[in-house]
Design a protein around this ligand. Structure first.
Ligand SMILES: C[S@@+](CC[C@H](N)C(=O)[O-])C[C@H]1O[C@@H](n2cnc3c(N)ncnc32)[C@H](O)[C@@H]1O
Length: 329
């Protein structure tokens, strides 16, 4: 489903770029490679940017500093990131340059024109096909915020304080599941090696370090913007860009904590959770423990039972459940 959606959006963007033959292009968050393939042999200078290191592909937190006559933007996975990415795109346009934006209706593409009109003087709908929309925008308005730093927002919640960016998980608040996990999680011993799978902006690490400053924390996340945020929030710790365990094979952890992802963009995606459950036992020491929080309807009993001799439902509250597993098989 997610792949069909990406392919339909990619077709729209690719057809538009083939038709207009730009001389320089920046392709943002394309995912499928269709747009870049459509420009093959066109002679255009093609720059690309991906934020998610899915399957181990290269990803960075922010688009490269280039000036181009066309930016092709795939609607970001998180709707909240759209305004931010439209600003980043506008800042990379040469004078008289234009942005083309495509997305699926169930991603909010029908109302994207309104967002574009807040950033550009001229906005036109170019077409729609297979439940997807294509928009064009020209003439950026003044006060464009094109750099990552200008989008940082300070969050103060539950006695913790961190920087977040639009589109990161639970932007602007502490997630209720993460809060429940923190309510029941024992304080790690000094020097304990802790892995946070899907660390986001690093909130679990910030809380653990507040309780135990000598914790040896590692965070991994597939989202390069989340990784940059966590590095800002947790200086001196190890934060790794990795799709599940693909980019981080280390073991020997005393504790693995996670509020694991269940979605990629708007689509439900249990693959990262399956990778976590499969890889967990071999990442822990013999006495190591895994503490995970999920929505209460997500049953981890079988998945954890495959890899651990002991599995406990620690607490269920506010629609979430904390799971503890130990004695890796
Ligand atoms: C539910 S959020 C939890 C964020 C943070 N730990 C918290 O509690 O606020 C899940 C995180 O997993 C990350 N994620 C999604 N797919 C992933 C994957 N395949 N590998 C690693 N991290 C992933 C997301 O980018 C997101 O930051």
């Amino acid at each position: 489903m997610a792949r069909d959606r990406d392919a339909a959006v990619g077709d729209l963007l690719a057809a538009e770029l083939e038709a207009v033959a730009p001389t320089s292009v920046l392709v943002l968050e394309e995912r499928t490679g269709q747009v870049v393939r459509a420009l093959d042999g066109s002679g255009a200078a093609v720059h690309t940017w991906e934020r998610f290191a899915v399957g181990g592909r290269a990803a960075t937190a922010w688009p490269p500093e280039v000036r181009v006559d066309l930016v092709a933007l795939r609607m970001p996975k998180a709707r909240a990131a759209l305004v931010m990415m439209v600003h980043a795109a506008a800042a990379r346009l040469a004078p008289k340059g234009r942005l083309v934006l495509a997305g699926a209706n169930d991603e909010g593409a029908r109302s994207a024109g309104k967002t574009l009109a807040g950033v550009f003087g001229s906005v036109t709908k170019l077409g729609s096909r297979r439940h997807c929309q294509l928009w064009e925008a020209r003439d950026p308005l003044p006060d464009i915020r094109g750099d990552r730093a200008s989008w940082a927002e300070r969050v103060d919640a539950d006695g913790l304080s961190w920087s977040s960016w639009p589109g990161l998980f639970a932007h602007g608040r502490l997630d209720a599941g993460t809060a429940l996990l923190l309510d029941v999680l024992p304080t790690p011993a000094a020097g304990a090696r802790v892995l946070d799978f899907g660390c986001g902006a690093g909130v679990l690490g910030i809380a653990l370090r507040a309780r135990q400053p000598a914790v040896d924390y590692t965070g991994i996340d597939v989202d390069a913007l989340a990784v940059a945020a966590a590095r800002d929030n947790l200086p001196g710790t190890r934060i790794v860009l990795s799709d599940a365990f693909l980019g981080h094979g280390d073991g020997g952890y005393d504790l693995v904590v996670s509020n694991p992802p269940l979605h990629t963009g708007v689509a439900r995606d249990v693959r990262p959770l399956a990778d976590l459950l499969a890889g967990l036992p071999s990442r822990l020491t013999r006495d190591g423990e895994a503490w995970l929080v999920t929505q209460r309807g997500v049953d981890l009993a079988a998945g954890l039972g495959d890899g651990f001799r002991q599995v406990e439902r620690v607490r269920t509250a506010r629609g979430f459940r904390v799971w503890r597993a130990w004695k890796p098989r």
